[in-house]
Design a protein around this ligand. Structure first.
Ligand SMILES: Cc1cc2nc3c(=O)[nH]c(=O)nc-3n(C[C@H](O)[C@H](O)[C@H](O)COP(=O)(O)OP(=O)(O)OC[C@H]3O[C@@H](n4cnc5c(N)ncnc54)[C@H](O)[C@@H]3O)c2cc1C
Length: 429
């Protein structure tokens, strides 16, 4: 193991590989350290990769990267008992490169991305867990991994949501449970032709579903993404749910999701290939850590750079964008031969200018809105009960639409709540 390098990047997820790739491409010396035996081994994601940032970094990456399907269909589904109500959107405009999004299997994708960094010149060290930061005169000067100490001018924390380095650097006090969710995911194997028939897909088209009403009224939601010959089915739940003993255990939530008739039909005859769980930062703008200090930058989930606005969860592209900004900052610091906060703060400036922090700021109230208890139960019940009344024909006279709507608003939501939620949604989303 080397004893000194210019930059050490801890964690070979999307943030770490993007940082290392960008630095290596500029001819810079960089060590990418990953605790898994292979990158991606420890990673879980839904996952739709939104590709525009990666396309800027590796043009036409879709020609080489291990991508599953191009997402051309989005479906927001309100589940309520035996009923389901869908907002289904498809467009062949999304089929053409540069595509909007891809389903990915993280084990394959992360390996590929780290390999790109390695082939570009980064030194990749796997199976090594970084335990501590190395300090000298109150300055971060490297990392400790077991008995090894490696020195560097800059250390980049890309070690994901459980980052201990961010806390050691004093950039975050502790990770607040209210800003974290638990994601539980199953990969369910099905033949390719079954997936394409069942989801009305052709060739390499894919779909991404978001489910509301499937979390027993607790804050969270479900998702399903089509891969080539498997489905990623999962649920994301706010962590405080699991604090109270009376609440169900995590696996019960995914079993509950699978029992809805809508889901049961989609996964019928599938084989469970994988079961995993991972934390997701869900505090949005309010849950961000400080991004830099002397000789130290924080990227991706380690900084809390993930945004859930209900109809989309973005994290991987935010991680890549932050990695690119971190690399630009490091190259600038080298030019100026200054690794103190005064050059590191350029990273904050780049992030402020990027779509990542702009989106997180614009949608800073979204995490609270999308975890409202009414969105978890009352609205899915409302829309499904209303649709049932609309489409069911009985031998009694049909009420007018407005009367039906009012009846269900009063029953399932209440007029004042509808008014308050409407204002919050207009302002926050
Ligand atoms: C269930 C679920 C669904 C999701 N769905 C989506 C989605 O559809 N779209 C989307 O864009 N995002 C999604 N996300 C979020 C996305 O996965 C993350 O935002 C993204 O992975 C963050 O990338 P990262 O590189 O910052 O961190 P990670 O991907 O967590 O990578 C961190 C890396 O650091 C390594 N590491 C950690 N500690 C150490 C250490 N001490 N020493 C060495 N290595 C270490 C880990 O092994 C890992 O490889 C989802 C997340 C979950 C859990």
């Amino acid at each position: 193991m080397v004893e000194s390098v210019d930059t050490i990047v801890v964690g070979a997820g999307p943030a770490g590989s993007a940082t290392a790739y960008s630095l290596a491409k500029a001819g810079h010396e960089v060590l990418l350290v990953e605790r898994g035996k292979t990158p991606g081994e420890k990673n879980v994601s839904g996952g739709v990769l939104y590709g525009s940032v990666l396309h800027e970094l590796i043009p036409n990456f879709w020609d080489e990267a291990p991508l599953e399907r191009v997402i051309t269909n989005r479906n927001l589904v309100f589940l309520s008992g035996e009923s389901s109500f869908s907002l289904d959107f498809s467009s062949s405009k999304l089929e053409k490169p540069p595509h909007n999004g891809y389903s990915v299997i993280r084990y394959d994708f992360d390996q590929w991305f780290a390999k790109q960094a390695e082939e570009t010149g980064a030194l990749l060290a796997t199976g090594i867990r970084v335990d501590d930061l190395l300090w000298e005169n109150k300055q971060i000067v490297g990392i400790k991994a077991g008995s090894d100490e490696i020195r560097a001018k800059v250390v980049v924390a890309a070690d994901g949501i459980n980052s201990t380095l961010v806390e050691q650097a004093g950039l975050r006090k502790d990770l607040k449970a209210k800003y974290i969710a638990l994601g539980i995911k199953e990969v369910i194997g099905l033949p390719r032709d079954v997936i394409e028939n069942r989801f009305n897909l052709e060739h390499n088209e894919g779909t991404a579903h978001t489910y509301l009403g499937c979390t027993k009224g607790y804050p969270g939601g479900g998702f399903l993404y089509t891969n080539q010959d498997s489905l990623s089915l999962g649920i994301v739940l706010k962590l405080p749910i699991f604090k109270t003993k009376s609440h169900s255990k995590a696996p019960e939530f995914i079993d509950h999701l699978k029992q809805f008739p809508y889901i049961r039909r989609l996964i019928k005859e599938g084989t469970r290939l994988e079961y995993s769980a991972h934390l997701v930062p869900e505090g949005g703008y309010h849950g961000l850590s400080k991004l830099y200090t002397d000789g130290f930058l924080v990227t991706g989930d380690a900084a809390g750079l993930t945004l859930n606005i209900g109809y989309a969860l973005e994290g991987m592209n935010f991680a890549i964008a932050s990695g690119v900004a971190a690399a630009k900052t490091i190259l600038r610091a080298h030019k100026q031969n200054d690794f103190t906060q005064s050059t590191m703060k350029h990273y904050q400036k780049l992030m402020n200018q990027s779509f990542v922090l702009k989106d997180m700021k614009t949608f800073r109230n979204a995490p609270a809105i999308v975890s409202s208890p009414r969105l978890m139960k009352s609205y899915p019940d409302f829309i499904n009960n209303l649709a049932l009344d609309l489409y069911q024909s009985t031998a009694s006279p049909r009420p007018k639409l407005i009367n039906l709507i009012l009846k269900h608003v009063v029953h399932e939501i209440s007029l004042p709540h509808l008014f308050i939620d409407g204002i919050k949604a207009v302002r926050g989303l």
